[in-house]
Design a protein around this ligand. Structure first.
Ligand SMILES: [Fe+2]
Ligand SMILES: [Fe+2]
Length: 331
């Protein structure tokens, strides 16, 4: 079954036809409806991945349609088209329909295509997460790594480091399995981040960093939708939180950050600084350890740092970090 069927809903046929033409060569399957009732029929009968609906239509409004779609088929990705000035509709859509994105009319063709393609990707991601067997999750992690070319092998190494820590904390087998899956998926929200930002050399500007900062929430939303375990969701959502509260997305502090996420944060950072990235130079093993140690109590939980360091090499002498401070801006 194809996962690329898009349902377009607008009372103006001209709008439907021009969007359909835009997707003529993309291989997407486009279905059109001119009112909410017809659209709901399609949602019940067809295998729809994404619904794009206008809001102002006679009869059922777009908002009402999307909230019904959410009940009938909650995995369908919902996109609302609104007029530029219609701010209150946008707020309603967020609160009541969990809309994935908005498109403002008149739309920009390139942007419209990107948003719908992201919607399709999100739908596919939810579908494969729902299967949640080991080989699906691993191949999914590799898909993310393909998009972000510097992270090849990253997810697997992060899992290996995190499990060394989990082992020493005597966590249960189930938790360890979830930590492994959470590590594979920790950056799955990057599917929603444009490649030119992911692979940008050097520093990101503020606007670009704001986009990057959304990946934990996007990823966790998808994992929730796929009903993955709370441990996995915690890792995806909180892997960029810092112990001192300076992280993102929520700025959680200390033990408010779930332990599985505190573990993965250390593992993720160590692998990021010791492997090749578009930003920042590659550090040696010893330097990587030194940087992790220097971030004890600021970015990281000191107990977990100690366990990590001792898990990495029994003969390794902790370096003297007095007076040294490092900046760490892992994406
Ligand atoms: Fe991340
Ligand atoms: Fe990472």
């Amino acid at each position: 079954m194809s996962d690329n069927t898009v349902l377009l809903v607008d009372d103006e046929e001209g709008v439907l036809n021009s969007i359909e033409r835009l997707f003529a060569k993309t291989g997407m399957n486009i279905i059109k409806a001119t009112n909410g009732e017809d659209a709901l029929e399609f949602v019940r009968k067809e295998n729809i991945s994404v619904v794009v609906s206008d809001n102002l239509m006679p009869g059922m409004k777009g908002l009402e349609l999307l909230s019904k779609v959410r009940v009938i088929s909650p995995d369908v990705v919902r996109i609302l088209m609104t007029a530029h000035s219609d701010f209150s509709t946008a707020v309603d859509a967020i609160n009541n329909c969990e809309v994935f994105r908005f498109i403002t009319k008149p739309w920009d063709n390139r942007e419209l295509i990107n948003i719908i393609e992201e919607g399709i990707n999100r739908y596919k991601l939810i579908m494969s997460l729902k299967k949640a067997d080991e080989s699906t999750l691993l191949s999914l992690a590799q898909t993310i790594e393909l998009k972000d070319k510097y992270t090849r092998g990253h997810c697997d190494r992060v899992a290996a480091y995190a499990l060394r820590i989990a082992e020493r904390l005597n966590l249960s087998e189930d938790t360890k399995k979830d930590i492994r899956y959470g590590c594979w998926l920790h950056d799955c929200g990057k599917i929603g981040v444009p490649e030119h930002i992911l692979n940008k050399k050097g520093r990101l500007n503020e606007e670009e960093f704001e986009v990057i900062k959304k990946h934990p929430v996007w990823g966790a939303d998808v994992a929730k939708q796929a009903q993955l375990s709370q441990t996995i969701i915690n890792i995806i959502l909180n892997h960029h939180e810092k112990y001192d509260g300076a992280g993102y997305p929520a700025g959680l502090k200390g033990t408010d950050i779930p332990i599985e996420a505190r573990i993965v944060a250390v593992a993720d950072c160590f692998d990021a600084i010791t492997s090749e990235r578009p930003y920042g130079e590659t550090q040696s093993f010893a330097k990587g350890m030194e940087i992790i140690l220097s971030l004890k109590n600021s970015a990281f939980d000191s107990e977990i740092v100690d366990i990590f360091i001792s898990s990495m090499n029994r003969d390794y002498d902790s370096p003297d970090i007095k007076g040294k401070s490092y900046e760490y801006n892992n994406r």
